[in-house]
Design a protein. Structure first.
Length: 150
């Protein structure tokens, strides 16, 4: 077969450092499209990007030639640099060191799209930490609480 074909859908999430509420609505309006552009450049097109003031969720189709860690590193580094360029209130912006990345099947795309689109609603009742623990449990990812947060 002369082509390498794949369909690998990734749900990724990560927070601001120490879950600081630094993503205000004005930044968010530009940030999500900017992240989509970074993903497009990495040949890993975004299906949806959403979040709240302290974290983001990405659903994207992973390139057949890229590692998920490299794609997420590019998104975090480039978007952090972009946010810091927005002026004085943003110069101390950082993403947390780690991230969560979970594979999903095509049959779950619409459910996850709705979930990401309704992040503000979800987080009226619970924190990012609680949400992340639930995702780790749902995807059966073992973890040590001491090393999850920064």
């Amino acid at each position: 077969m002369p082509q390498s074909l794949s369909s690998i859908l990734i749900h990724a999430t990560f927070s601001t450092k120490d879950r600081e509420p630094l993503i205000d609505p004005d930044i968010e309006r530009e940030l999500f499209p900017y992240m989509a552009t970074i993903l497009h450049t990495a040949q890993s097109p975004a299906l949806i990007i959403g979040g709240t003031s302290d974290h983001v969720h990405l659903l994207f189709s992973l390139s057949s030639t890229k590692a998920v860690a490299d794609v997420i590193a590019d998104v975090k580094a480039d978007s952090s640099k972009w946010i810091k360029g927005k002026g004085a209130p943003c110069v101390k912006f950082y993403w947390q060191t780690g991230y969560g990345a979970f594979s999903i099947g095509q049959s779950n795309v619409e459910t996850l799209r709705r979930y990401i689109a309704l992040q503000r609603e979800h987080h009226r009742k619970r924190t990012f930490q609680d949400e992340f623990r639930e995702l780790l449990g749902r995807y059966r990812v073992p973890y040590d609480e001491r090393y999850v947060w920064d």
